[in-house]
Design a protein around this ligand. Structure first.
Ligand code: ASP
Ligand code: MG
Length: 422
């Protein structure tokens, strides 16, 4: 007998028919002798629908001004789906109870629409489990110190599930979703992409931060911090499939010390289309320029990613960074209006048609020459590299967006990711 947490995404909860299937699957696990905690998302489309209603009433400065009520509103989506799941479980003859975040309690800070979980009181849930009940806990939400309902950011139910699994020291947290695992790259770009049986949590973190939308990045951070074994698997298999087969399906996000890790040097190719690049040219090369440029950008709540400063010539240098495409116009205006005059720089230019492509793999730690192979592959395809950034387990390049698919396909092939691990 083990304590298991299941998380079901919006698509898996998308209709009463699907909720019934979820209930049957969970009941199967409970009947096999496991203590079950289930964390559902809102039914698909529901969070958008609710936030859309609010937008009709108050379009301007949306999130900042109405955060508290937006969270009270959006949290109802998960409250409804949780109650429906508990009803479906009871209709299957199981004992089940649902709780909203504030009833558990899941305590968060007060950053409405993007709150962070601070602690979880596991007493109530444990008592129910010990009494033989299946416990359904809403994803995506909690309560702050003042008793206000908060939500954790879009996709936040993943993080709820992992945090609950951590608090309960669950044996495993299974994230049921509409894909059957984590792939070497996006199969829509490379049809030969393979599902990984295991991926290290550090690799997953890199892939999640690069826009692989399989898991909310914060959930991966949580899993790493609290060593929660995490599995991503499909909810579209038959609910009555063999439980032993099901328990080993999908992709296990595991820790490096596990011996059964696949031994590839590069595990995946990640990419991100939503990038833009800004360069400040002819900046006087004096102490404090990085701070003056990036400080102003950070004060406007804009996150930057890859940063490059060239060597200086005649006391002047060029400074470039990448950022999310949504922030591009804002950052460009800001730098032109505020920073350029005070800095004495010559020009601010930008390019919103770039993308970032990365090779990711923990094997890169112990193997040299991997990055140069990446550069060779790109040069053979005639793709110009504009910026490079590296970490221990990742090399990223910034290239023109139009070459993205070509780059991803060539790298996927060059690193043998379409081949099964020997
Ligand atoms: N329902 C929320 C959203 O759509 C949370 C989640 O599904 O994880 O973002
Ligand atoms: Mg999700």
């Amino acid at each position: 007998m083990a304590l298991i947490v299941h998380k079901y995404g919006g698509t898996s909860m998308g209709s009463t028919e699907r909720i019934r299937n979820v209930a049957k699957r969970v009941a199967k696990w409970a009947r096999a002798g496991h203590q079950m905690v289930v964390v559902p998302s809102a039914m698909s489309g529901e969070t958008n629908r609710l936030l859309g209603l609010a937008k009709e009433l108050a379009p301007a400065k949306f999130t900042e001004a109405y955060g508290r009520e937006l969270d009270a509103l959006a949290a109802t989506g998960e409250q409804a789906s949780s109650a429906l799941l508990a009803i479906a479980l009871q209709a299957e003859g199981m004992q089940a109870v649902s709780y909203a975040g504030w009833q558990v309690t899941i305590k968060t800070n007060s950053a409405y629409t993007k709150a962070r979980i601070e602690s979880i009181d596991d007493e109530r849930v444990r008592a129910d489990l010990d009494a033989g009940k299946i416990v359904v806990v809403t994803g995506f939400q909690g309560m702050d110190e003042g008793g206000n309902v908060t939500t954790l950011g879009r996709g936040g139910s993943d993080t709820s599930a992992v945090a609950i699994a951590a608090a309960l020291k669950a044996h495993e947290c299974l994230i049921y979703t509409d894909v059957d695992g984590v792939y070497t790259t996006d199969p829509r770009v490379v049809p030969e992409a393979r599902r990984l049986q295991t991926v290290s949590f550090e690799e997953m973190l890199e892939m999640a931060s690069m826009g692989s939308k399989v898991l909310q990045i914060r959930s991966v951070e949580f899993a790493g911090k609290y060593k929660v074994p995490l599995r991503v698997l499909s909810s579209f298999t038959d609910w009555d499939m063999d439980i032993g087969v099901e328990a080993k399906s999908g992709t296990l996000i595991s820790f490096e010390e596990d011996e059964n890790m696949e031994q590839a040097i590069v595990s995946g190719i990640a990419f991100n289309r939503d990038e833009a690049k800004i360069s400040v040219l002819g900046v006087p090369d004096t102490p404090g320029i990085a701070y003056q440029i990036l400080g102003a950008v950070a004060d406007a709540n804009i996150e930057v990613d890859v940063i490059i400063q060239n060597i200086s010539k005649d006391g002047k240098t060029d400074f470039s960074f990448t950022l999310h495409r949504n922030d591009y116009a804002k950052a460009l205006d800001l730098l032109k209006a505020k920073v350029l005059p005070s800095l004495g720089a010559q020009e601010v230019i930008g390019d919103a048609k770039i993308c970032k492509v990365s090779i990711v793999g923990i094997g890169m730690r112990s193997h040299v020459g991997i990055a140069s192979k990446m550069f060779r592959v790109l040069s053979e395809e005639g793709i110009n590299i504009q910026m490079i950034s590296t970490s221990e387990i990742k090399t990223s390049v910034v290239i023109a967006e139009k070459y993205m698919e070509l780059a991803v396909r060539s790298l996927h092939k060059a690193f043998d990711l379409d081949q099964p691990i020997a």
